[in-house]
Design a protein around this ligand. Structure first.
Ligand code: ZN
Length: 278
């Protein structure tokens, strides 16, 4: 009940976010990256930081040789933000956590993360799969309101493909943070029940009022659509932190482009500053 009340209290801001999403173009994954901006500012700093911490590194980076160059570029960009280094410290320099980063052609413009828990629901390992075309393509605004705001036309030319790739990488670390902070048994239960829900939903003529589906939704705390959206929106908090630090450094006026600023404000008016919970 308290939960329903707080959901209702959030309704105006959800409407605001929904209104914002409607004006953010729903790009398919066919848009090319904006032109490249060859800044190597900060690369030396990042390389020095990496070599200083090399003996603590626990991450397995399984990168095919053909993708090594681009991976290095995206990783360096991500680590040039202090929030990127904090995340790296938390997962890639952590002797109690097994992080693997690899490439997947299948992911193309996207990325995903696979989780591994112990029997008590603690996250102990994860694999981030990066698409080989991570530096281009924009996901839907509905689930990715922040990443979508980087679409061409919204941004000045200095915001190029490697910024987009690093934003997507920061989104994946956002997933890691959220899942790290919750009981993995709940997350796994949701995954199982969501499949069950979809099987019944597809077989009952898409009737969401089916009492069995209503009971399953109650059990997992939402419908498959709302749970998936909630997970993606959580992960976007990681992208916000990275962009807030990085974008002002890329132009002389030290500003975040308006489209990105508007997306962040719409997000925060709905969810508050989630980065503090990550
Ligand atoms: Zn995601």
């Amino acid at each position: 009940m308290a939960r329903i009340r707080s959901e209702l209290a959030r309704l105006p801001s959800l409407i605001f976010l929904a209104a914002f999403l409607l004006v953010c173009p729903l790009y398919s994954f066919s848009i090319k990256a904006t032109p490249s901006f060859d800044s190597t500012d900060g690369d030396d700093e990042v390389n020095t930081w990496l070599s200083t911490n090399a003996n603590r590194s626990t991450v397995k980076e399984l990168i095919p040789s053909e993708y090594k160059k681009r991976y290095q570029k995206w990783k360096t960009e991500y680590l040039s933000a202090s929030v990127g280094r904090e995340q790296w410290e938390r997962f890639a320099l952590n002797p109690h956590f097994e992080l693997t980063i690899t490439f997947s052609k299948q992911q193309a413009h996207g990325a995903k993360v696979e989780f591994h828990w112990d029997d008590f629901g603690h996250l102990i390992a994860a694999t981030i799969l990066l698409g080989n075309k991570l530096d281009s393509g924009y996901p839907s605004a509905i689930n990715y309101p922040i990443t979508c705001s980087l679409s061409p036309g919204n941004l000045p030319p200095e915001v190029n493909g490697k910024i987009l790739a690093a934003t997507k990488l920061s989104h994946e670390f956002g997933h890691l943070n959220q899942v790290m902070s919750m009981d993995g048994r709940i997350y796994q239960m949701q995954n199982t029940v969501m499949l069950q829900y979809m099987r019944i939903f597809n077989g009952n003529g898409f009737n969401v009022h089916d009492p069995v589906l209503v009971a399953l939704a109650e059990q997992m705390g939402g419908t498959p659509v709302s749970i998936s959206q909630n997970r993606e929106h959580w992960a976007e908090a990681g992208a916000i932190e990275y962009l807030q630090q990085r974008l002002p450094k890329l132009n002389k006026r030290s500003k975040i482009p308006n489209a990105v600023k508007d997306a962040i404000e719409a997000y925060q008016s709905t969810y508050g500053d989630r980065s503090q919970n990550l």
